[in-house]
Design a protein around this ligand. Structure first.
Ligand code: CDM
Ligand code: ATP
Length: 303
């Protein structure tokens, strides 16, 4: 069989309300998440020896059993009973510790490819349940467009057509300082200042419903992220940069997920080069700056 190539998009959380903590330690959330046109590439080749192995062009990516690709592969083998092997080759573009879901997306790319290699033993629902076990951010990547994510990340609905239309074809700038932020740390900080750090779920749903119903609402108007407060308190380079981008370029930039990556919607008149220079002047040349768009697909035809 030929190589299967999976595009593994990055994601941004346009809206991320953490609404409370569950007994199992995970948090409940309401989030609007969009996959991007930019991401990693995962090539998957069948391996006759029945083993799973991983190569990656980025030496910083863990290559052992803690890699989410290999974890997803083991989980797939257990759930499907498939006894084949695969050689994974990952071209890594999405930085780690960014809140861009890179590892989760790679894991879902692996699940999709293995299911194809194995002759589709798992239906969509079984694949979604498996993805949820691999990581909270995984199920959203089984959709190819913007979604509303609830629960701890396992409940996914496509975003309404009206909502998707506000994101389609808009230029998006994603940027990240050299440092990353750990997801576990972010949630711990939130829990430490509970309950004030949580947005009640009724409030979160109301904000989302108002945005969906308002035909004149922009993508920017949805911007909210509960995890900004703990991140900004410790990593002051983030709010300083966002304030500078607001002042100098009129941008309403936000952090994605648990950070440290941030994003801003650009108007057609925006001077992307000047914005890039502002970011590099403040965060240095090791800062990542990436222009992209959202990957959209109609809610009426999500699959
Ligand atoms: C911040 C987000 O990126 C927003 O989309 C996600 O909620 C993070 O999802 P993720 O990185 O896939 O997270 P997981 O690998 O499932 O969990 C890592 C850790 O994050 C915390 N965690 C994660 C998701 C969630 N809904 N509640 C949590 O409290 C838990 O401490 C967990 O042990
Ligand atoms: N395929 C993978 N690519 C990147 N990191 C991986 C992968 N598999 C496991 N990891 C581990 O997961 C950690 C988090 O990486 P990831 O790219 O998912 O970042 P994140 O921005 O924290 O994600 P999220 O948006 O889900 O919070 C890394 O520090 C790394 O140790």
């Amino acid at each position: 069989m030929d190589t299967i190539t999976q595009f593994c998009p990055a994601k941004i959380n346009l809206f991320l309300a953490i609404t409370g903590r569950r007994d199992d330690g995970f948090h409940e959330l309401v989030s609007v998440v969009a996959p991007l046109a930019w991401g990693d590439t995962l090539e998957v080749d069948p391996a006759a020896d029945g083993k799973f192995t991983l190569d990656c062009d980025d030496p910083a990516v863990p290559r052992g059993e803690d890699n989410l690709i290999l974890q997803a592969a083991r989980a797939f083998a257990t759930a499907s009973g498939w006894r084949g092997g695969a050689r994974f080759t990952l071209t890594k573009r999405v930085p780690m510790g960014a809140g861009l879901g890179g590892g989760s997306s790679d894991a879902v790319g692996a699940l999709r490819a293995l299911n194809e290699l194995a002759g589709a033993p798992l239906e969509r629902e079984a694949l979604a349940a498996l993805a949820a076990r691999v990581g909270s951010d995984c199920p959203l990547f089984l959709y190819d467009g913007p979604v509303v994510m609830r629960g701890r990340g396992e409940r996914i609905d496509p975003l309404s057509d009206a909502g998707v239309a506000r994101l389609r074809d808009r230029s998006l700038l994603v940027f990240k300082p050299a440092f990353g932020i750990g997801t576990v740390w972010s949630y711990q900080q939130l829990a430490a200042s509970a309950p004030g750090s949580y947005l009640p779920s009724a409030d979160a749903e109301e904000r989302l419903a108002i945005w969906q119903a308002d035909a004149s609402a922009s993508a920017e108007a949805l911007g909210f992220n509960s995890l900004e407060r703990p991140a900004f308190a410790k990593f002051v380079a983030l709010p300083v940069m966002l304030a500078k981008l607001q002042r100098e370029h009129g941008l309403n930039a936000r952090m994605s997920g648990s950070g440290s990556a941030c994003f801003a919607w650009l108007s057609p008149e925006a001077d992307a080069e000047a914005i890039r220079s502002t970011i590099r002047a403040g965060w240095g040349d090791t800062a990542m700056v990436q222009m992209t768009t959202v990957r959209t697909k109609s809610a009426a035809n999500p699959h």
